[in-house]
Design a protein around this ligand. Sequence first.
Ligand SMILES: *Cc1c(COP(=O)(O)O)cnc(C)c1O
Length: 445
Amino acid sequence: MLDMQFKSTKGNTEPVSFLTAMRNGLAKDGGLYVPDFIPKLSGQFWNTLSEYSLQEIGYRMARPFLEEELPEKGLRNIIDEALNFDIPLVPLSENRYILELFHGPTLAFKDVGARFMARIFANESKKNKQELVILVATSGDTGGAVAHGFADVSGVHVCLLYPGGKVSALQEKQMTTAGGNVSALEVKGTFDDCQYMVKKAFTDAELSRQMILSSANSINIARLLPQSFYYVYALSRLPQKQRERAVFSVPSGNFGNLTAGLMAMKMGMPATLFIAATNSNDVVPVYLEKGIFQPRTSQSTISNAMDVGNPSNFARIKHLLSDSHAAIKDHVLGYSATDAQTRKCIREVYEKTGYILDPHSAIGYLAAQQFAENADEPPVQIILGTAHPAKFREVVEQEIGDDIELPAALARCMKKEKQSHSIDADYEALKRFLQDHYVESSPSI
Ligand SMILES: *Cc1c(COP(=O)(O)O)cnc(C)c1O
C-alpha cells in the first residue's frame, strides 16, 4: 500500500506523514506542506453524494490521508465531534446560495478546521504523553476558533498573537477569555508582523530544543483538510445536473479556504471554478490579472479577517495548479471590493431579501453577483458564508439600521474580563515570552 506523504512547497525536505506534517506545522525549509499526490475518490462516491451526511462525506474524504495513522473508529469520532453543528445551504435567489459555515461555537468557518485539528492533537498528546505549544498568528477569527477548539485540552498549551486594536471587540473577547491553557498576546503591530514572528519561531533551533511548537494557522494541513469537506457537502445538496455548473465564491485572506476547495477539486469534485473574493488587500486578484505576485503591507478594512498582504497559502495554490499562471486562471477568478461597496451590499441585500450578510460574506456575494452578470449562461453560485453577522455587528447594524441579537454563548463571553499580554512587534519579545512560560526548568544550554 502507498503511504500518504506530504512534502514542502519549497521541496527541500523529506516527505512526512499527515500527523508529522500536522505536528511540524511548517516544513523545516519554511515551505508549506502539500500532499505528494491527491487520490481521486471513486465515481460511485461522486454519483451518490446526495445520500451522504456531512460527516460521512468528511470521513470518506479524510480517510485516504489518515488511514495508516488513525483507525476508522477514531477518525469517525473526531469528525463527528468536530462537525457537531449544521452547515446549511441556504437559497438566496434563483441560482444563488449561501453556505452558512458559521454555526459553530465561535460563529465563523474557522471552527471547522480548528475543532478537527484540536481533536487530532488531543488524541496524539494522549497517545504520546507529551506536552506541546500551539503557536498561532491571527487576524481575528482564527484566534477565537483555536482558543475555543483547544480550551482545556490537556497536554496542549495555546499561545495566540493578534494585532492590538485591529480586531473586533468580540473577536478579542473570544481570544482573551478562554483562560486555562490559552494565552493571548496583543502585539503592537499588524497581522503580518504577527505572522512573521510566528514563522520565525518555527525556524528557531534553540526554541525547538526547548519545547515542541506546533501551529494551528491555516498553514497547518490539519486545518485545511476538513475545510475541503463542506465544498463537497454543498454540492451534495444541489440537484446532480447543477453540480458542474456550480462556482464557489470564497471570501479570502490567507487563502486557506480556497486552497481547501482546490484540494476537493483534485479529489474529483465536479465543480472546478472558484472566485477569490478579497477586500482591498487584493494581491491575488492583481496576480490573476497581471501574472505578478506582489505582496504588500496589509490595509485595515471592515472585513478584517481578510486583511492579509502576503497570503501564505498562495504557495500551495501554485503548487496544486502546476505553478502556472494559466492553469491557476482556469480555475480561479479574482474579484475585490472596497469597504464602501461592502457596506452598500449589506444594506441592499437586507433591503431586498431580508438576509443579513456579515462584511466578509458580503464580499463573496458581490463577487458571485459580478461573475453571474458577466456569464453567458447563469452559473449556480455558492457563496461561502464565513461569519455570522453578529460577530461584526458594529458595522452590520449601521447598514441595516436594526439591532442584531447576540447568540447566547457570545453574550456570555462579552461579559468576561479580557486577559492578555501586550508585546512589541519584535521576535525577541515573543521568544522571551515563550521561554518564560513554557520552559519548565532552566534551559539546558
Ligand atoms: C479567516 C476568514 C476569512 C479568510 O479565510 P482564509 O482561509 O484566510 O482565506 C474570511 N472570512 C472570515 C470571516 C474569516 O474569519
